[in-house]
Design a protein around this ligand. Structure first.
Ligand SMILES: Cc1ncc(COP(=O)(O)O)c(C=O)c1O
Length: 355
């Protein structure tokens, strides 16, 4: 007897290829993570806490939402902290969608959107991204016109890296508001892209944004995310979030990360203004097709995907195999520091190009 709900029985678990990553001695450029350790000040704060810990007590998050709200530029009543933004995604689907509800999730995109929609037994409308991996705004507007519960905009999109301009997001929000449709914008990579829909929050009560400390802040192991939306939306979501879903060490780390914005800016600058142009220039010079990215990873199509992925792996660079819209083989590579990108280029020169 399988006791699971019918829709759960039809699902497969989301199992990203994590096994052995920590033992890999090369560069992990496969999960869009920060490629150097997190801020030293954060590590010091965690050590200090562990010298005199109170782990026997339930966590308290005094001042945290206020502090994040200051960083985001909004009011703390519009904030909710979550156990990674993955939990925020789950809460959005659980709070606002029901069995059979139509939800628009353009493809390809981040696996958790589909998983959370499948758990709710939603009717998922998988709208393909445009051929250049820009957001399929016209097609999405048509679906909104017909009536949908929720529209997802992953900005920048994982795995393609492409950015949707704020004007397009506003166009969707406007159309959606008329039809009582929610618009969910995932901003996991906001610190790199510096494009945010949060400025539209006061005008559009149908907007929900999620962000995370996992990427540019380099704290993905500690699972800290947050949701930004109207007070009413946050109020509904708070009804189903547990009171202790984020642990005490994560709280201490995230508070300190927000005290060390200098470290964040140093890393983002290194990746976006130094490491990224180095790799892009190399790809351009060598005719390797890649798509414009607004963030810390590139979606590129080498001549022989599997051979390239293997040669990179064998020579100290772990990347991620992906498929494009028409199933074309693609690699997604995380951008790191200039030194790390030069290491990648050396492997290309020595083992991939002309070999
Ligand atoms: C687009 C996007 N959203 C959300 C997440 C989840 O991040 P978190 O670690 O905050 O759960 C990721 C992680 O890769 C992501 O790429």
């Amino acid at each position: 007897m399988n006791y699971a709900n019918k829709n759960i029985q039809r699902m497969k678990p989301y199992c990203p290829p994590l096994n052995g990553r920590r033992e890999y001695t090369g560069l992990n450029l496969d999960f869009n993570e920060r490629t150097i350790p997190t801020s030293k000040k954060v590590l010091t704060k965690i050590r200090e806490y562990l010298e005199n810990p109170d782990l026997q007590m339930y966590p308290e998050y005094g001042g945290f939402e206020e502090k994040i709200a200051g960083y985001v530029g909004t009011d703390e009543s519009k904030m909710m902290i979550t156990n990674g933004s993955d939990q925020g995604i789950d809460l959005i689907f659980r709070t606002f969608t029901d069995v059979g509800d139509k939800v628009v999730i353009p493809v390809p995109s981040f696996a958790m959107f589909f998983q959370c929609a499948e758990v709710r037994a939603n009717n998922i409308l998988k709208i393909p991204y445009n051929d250049d991996y820009t957001y399929p705004i016209e097609k999405v507007l048509k679906e909104i016109e017909k009536g949908v519960k929720l529209v997802v905009i992953c900005n920048p999109n994982n795995p393609t890296g492409t950015l949707t301009p704020l004007e397009d997001i506003e166009q969707i929000l406007r159309a959606a508001l008329e039809k009582d449709t929610l618009v969910y914008v995932d901003e996991a990579y906001y610190e790199f892209s510096k494009v945010s829909a949060v400025t539209l929050l006061d005008k559009y009560p149908n907007l929900i944004v999620t962000r995370t400390f996992s990427k540019a802040f380099g704290l993905c192991s500690l699972r800290i995310g947050y949701v930004i939306a109207s007070e009413e939306i946050i109020g509904e979501m708070l009804k189903i979030r547990g009171p202790y879903d984020m642990n005490m060490i994560s709280y201490i780390a995230a508070m300190e990360a927000l005290n060390d914005i200098e470290d964040l800016e140093m890393y983002v600058n290194e990746v976006m203004n130094i490491g990224k142009p180095i790799l892009e220039e190399f790809f351009e010079e060598n005719g390797i097709k890649f798509y414009p990215s607004g963030t810390n990873f590139l979606f590129f199509a080498p001549e022989n995907r599997d051979k390239t992925w293997q040669a990179l792996k064998d020579n100290g660079i772990l990347t991620r195999k992906k498929n494009g819209l028409n199933d074309e083989p693609i690699i997604r590579i995380t951008i790191g520091t200039s030194k790390q990108m030069k290491q990648v280029i050396n492997v290309f020169k020595k083992y991939i190009i002309n070999s």
